[in-house]
Design a protein around this ligand. Structure first.
Ligand SMILES: Cc1ncc(COP(=O)(O)O)c(C=O)c1O
Ligand SMILES: [Zn+2]
Length: 329
């Protein structure tokens, strides 16, 4: 995997993996370019974590495994309105969310690069996860948070030993502060810009397929903000399909809060880019992202091999508005 590079999805310019640039000079998003992942079931390592699929992870040779035992979360049977549903209990991850899949792989890569200090912007689970994995790896973490961030999350981030830098104003202003700090001296370990995060998130697909005896689920529903979890999982299922380990792609659903639904609105209106919206308040803080960086890719992924009902959003009273879709009956 030594010929891996970062490649701009807009202008296709390539950068070495050791670059400190976190996006292309044209403003485009990086993706990983180079040899595709090749995986067979024989390569599964008998470990109850994401690292059982290490052979599927596109990482340079010699990357250490920075782990807190993330992954292999339970898949629990339930029924909603009499329809069988399974819940993947990602809250049982070491820091309490799926973000650990991405942070474990990103921080392992950063340790390999010899990075000593990172910056990140987030008010919630992504920052807590990055802080924990950096502590595990002995990397210093500075997290830029909007000053409205919830106290519980801030305490969690601090408990892992990260330095918190409150930024007055919006989430976007916290992101700008992190970008500036990265330009000055630090590595910007962004949970939505860095391609190794998606690489870690794709382990959800491998795990689900194995837990379902090498089948893809019919439908997969994600609460979506930036859309990275949906997209990483989609990449994983594409690889599994290519390798002949599953027979189809699951239909993907991005669920957003009505108060902030740029992807859902774009989907309904047939747009290729996220809709321009003015975000309102919602208890669904983690998915309140007005300008999702991966929005266009999420729209492509959800449109592929899928159909969707009009308004699959969470309503303004923040009661989950689960619709029973006709084709599920
Ligand atoms: C619990 C939880 N669910 C969903 C999301 C949204 O994930 P994504 O931004 O990858 O769409 C987040 C993001 O912070 C989260 O913390
Ligand atoms: Zn570019």
């Amino acid at each position: 995997m030594e010929d891996l590079t970062f490649r701009c999805i807009r202008c296709e310019r390539e950068y070495p993996l050791g670059t400190r640039e976190w996006r292309c000079r044209c403003g485009g998003l990086f993706e990983l370019a180079g040899p595709a992942s090749r995986f067979s079931k024989d390569e599964i390592i008998e470990e109850r974590s994401i690292w059982r699929y290490r052979a599927a992870l596109r990482l340079p040779e010699g990357v250490p495994q920075i782990t807190l035992g993330e992954g292999w979360t339970p898949l629990v049977d339930e029924a909603i309105y009499g329809l069988p549903v399974r819940f993947k209990l990602e809250f049982l991850m070491p820091t309490g969310s799926f973000k650990d899949r991405g942070a474990a792989v990103l921080v392992s890569f950063l340790k390999h690069l010899g990075v000593k200090e990172v910056v990140e912007d987030s008010s919630g689970n992504a920052a807590a996860s990055l802080a924990a994995y950096c502590a595990r790896a002995g990397i210093r973490a500075r997290i830029f948070v909007p000053s409205y961030a919830s106290l519980g999350k801030l305490k969690q981030i601090q408990a892992y030993g990260a330095e918190l830098v409150p930024v007055p104003g919006s989430r976007a202003e916290a992101a700008r502060a992190a970008e500036e700090a990265a330009e000055a001296r630090s590595y910007y370990a962004s949970h939505y810009w860095n391609p190794f995060v998606l690489e870690g998130l794709k382990t959800l697909a491998y795990e689900l397929a194995e837990q379902l005896s090498w089948r893809a689920p019919d439908n997969l529903i994600f609460p979506s903000g930036q859309g990275t979890f949906l997209l990483g999982t989609y990449h994983g299922f594409c690889e599994l399909l290519e390798a002949g380990l599953v027979e189809k792609l699951p239909r993907l659903f991005a669920v957003q809060a009505e108060a902030c639904a740029p992807i859902a609105i774009a989907f309904q209106q047939g747009l290729e880019e996220p809709a321009e919206i003015e975000p309102r308040e919602t208890v669904a803080e983690g998915v309140r992202i007005a300008k999702p960086i991966h929005g266009a890719q999420v729209l492509t992924a959800t449109r592929k091999n899928t159909w969707i009902e009009k308004d699959f959003t969470v309503n303004k009273d923040d009661k989950v508005n689960v619709k029973v879709l006709p084709s599920c009956k």
